[in-house]
Design a protein around this ligand. Structure first.
Ligand SMILES: Cc1ncc(COP(=O)(O)O)c(C=O)c1O
Length: 439
């Protein structure tokens, strides 16, 4: 029997009257029938307005690493805001947080921001200011936020718009992006050293930055191949390019020290957001003193009224404190392994061709192809329609990954063994339903 959704649907109709598509981010729009209105979240669960409970694997697109409404984080924020939230001066809490981020990630210096978009936008400006160059490399299928500079050839771009693999075209992901910005973006297929080497030979000395998501958090979690990031490091040194790791999704999730620790490669600048605040708005740009100190010469703008506000800072201090003192990431790895292994086994038993992708804390699977893709173009060969059908059936069973296969399944500390077992039981039921309709 289908879920009762009358209150949720009525609330969505009201939302649609006042908010375009009824959502405050286009990524949250699943069409007029399937866009939910949610009342609350706790631990690994969220509830819609009709009281339907879902085991949540979207986790707000990744940030909620500890679980929704984690009591320690919530209390620290509540306590902090009693003393006021912004003062246009540095607070001791900001200094403690900066020191904590430097200790955990190995960056020398940090500036705070409120969102991943702000962080990547500022990182790009710093790289340009540092090098005196304007163009930068970004990889196809990678998303670095909503600013115009990086909204080219993201995972939202149709593969047909990307041009030939050997001569990719920067495809604007949205109307409203000035055509002239294309000249600054050099798009490349991910994980392809041969094409990148050729590109660098022709324009390496014109590049301010190579900006890379070390794991494609916006295209099924495809990880960098062994040696890929090491080679980027080497070439950035050779050509005087600033290497930027966009760790908005991987930071504090795939290892305590993020992708730098996981892959053993150091970037010049790193952007963090999502997991560092367990769902509160906070972000950071960190990096070597050599690059970060370009701000101190004056003339390089970084700012924002709300940067370093007490809410985000308290949330981040509390979250990172828990990550430093408890085996959160190890636990998430174990649970993610159990879940992705279980999903793999169920799909095998059902005879559905697929491959598993990503890392246990942010994994996915692609239906209809058995070879794990190395880049966004290869990802696009999967069967998105079947993926969505299966997820929509799963949601009826109370398990909520994103219906878009590009968005990985995110694990949180609140997904305990029981929750994982329940998810697998429900996944198997959903697969059986979809399988029976396929026959
Ligand atoms: C890798 C990456 N960079 C940047 C962003 C932008 O972050 P925000 O949505 O906080 O602006 C995202 C958002 O999903 C992301 O996944």
């Amino acid at each position: 029997m289908a879920r009762e959704l009358s209150k949720t649907r009525a609330a969505y109709q009201k939302a649609r009257q006042f908010i375009p598509y009824g959502v405050n981010s286009n990524f949250r729009y699943w069409g007029p029938e399937n866009t939910l209105v949610v009342s609350r979240g706790e631990g690994p669960y969220i509830w819609d307005l009709d009281g339907n409970r879902y085991i949540d694997y979207r986790l707000g697109f990744g940030p909620v690493l500890l679980g929704h409404a984690h009591p320690v984080v919530t209390e620290r924020v509540a306590e902090a805001i009693l003393g006021g939230t912004i003062f246009a001066w540095t607070t001791p809490a900001e200094v403690r947080l900066a020191e904590q981020i430097c200790r955990i990630t190995g960056v020398d210096k940090v500036r705070l921001a409120n969102s991943g978009t702000e962080a990547t936008m500022h990182a790009l400006r710093l790289a340009r200011a540092y090098t005196g160059r304007e163009r930068f490399v970004k990889f196809e299928g990678q998303y670095h936020g909503m600013h115009d500079y990086a909204l080219f050839s993201t995972a939202s771009s149709p593969v047909g718009a990307l041009g030939s693999r050997h001569h990719p075209i920067p495809a604007a992901t949205s109307s409203g992006i000035p055509v002239g910005l294309r000249q600054y973006v050099v798009v490349q297929p991910f994980n392809d050293l041969e094409i990148l080497e050729r590109t660098l030979k022709s324009c390496g000395h014109e590049l301010a930055a190579i900006m890379v998501e070390p794991v494609l958090g916006n295209a099924a979690g495809i990880p960098a191949r062994p040696g890929f990031l090491q080679k980027l490091r080497e070439w950035c040194d050779e050509y005087g390019i600033v290497l930027i790791f966009d760790e908005v999704k991987t930071g504090f999730r795939i290892a305590l020290g993020g992708a730098q620790e996981y892959f053993g490669v150091r970037a010049d600048l790193v952007t963090y957001a999502k997991a560092m605040g367990n769902g509160f708005p906070i972000a950071a740009i960190g990096g070597s003193a050599r690059v970060m100190d370009i701000i101190e010469g004056g003339g390089v703008a970084h700012g924002g009224t709300y940067t370093g506000n007490a809410v985000g800072v308290a949330a981040a201090e509390a979250t990172l404190g828990i990550l430093e003192s408890e085996a959160v990431i190890e636990t998430i790895y174990e649970r993610g392994q159990a879940l992705s292994g279980g999903i793999d086994a169920i799909l095998n038993r059902a005879g559905i061709p697929h491959c598993m992708t990503g890392l246990p804390p942010m994994f996915s699977y692609i239906l209809g192809q058995e070879e794990p893709p190395q880049d966004f173009r290869a990802y696009c060969a999967g069967d998105d329609a079947l993926y969505e059908e299966l997820v929509m059936a799963l949601i009826e069973h109370g398990v909520m990954p994103d219906c878009d296969g590009r968005e990985p399944w995110f694990l949180c500390y609140g997904h305990d063994e029981e929750v994982i077992a329940e998810t697998l039981t429900r996944f198997e039921a959903a697969v059986k339903e979809v399988r029976s309709q396929m026959r």
